[in-house]
Design a protein around this ligand. Sequence first.
Ligand code: NI
Length: 142
Amino acid sequence: MNDHELQRFGVSIGEALLEKFDKLIAEQGYTNRSEAIRDLIRNRLVETEFERSSDARASIGTITLVYDHHTREIGDVLTDIAHDHHDLIISTMHAHLTHNSCLEVILVKGCGKEIRAFADHVISIRGVKHGKLVITGLVEDE
Ligand code: NI
């Protein structure tokens, strides 16, 4: 792949959606739409590459969870699942956000497919209000 040979392509998009996108990327500091779209594409390609990887050393990621610690046994459930996947987990950070809410960030390393499956499992636990996996790895410059 050669990033220096630029191709142009047309995109059909609703006016309201494009206005929101332009506002967002302006807030993020982009000075042109093309660079913002290139970054979106690169991020999606990187995530997909590492989520699909079967290489046990290829992928690293963070799983961010927000949950209500009053949900029955959620702490024990999360701990049990984490111990079942101790080979994937490097460390876990916990913060008590409010009286009810906890934030947990789980740092993982290993096979991308296993990380994706583990993340889907913990994110779907009852009481987890929001969860997201950010996955990456060693990205070679192109
Ligand atoms: Ni807490």
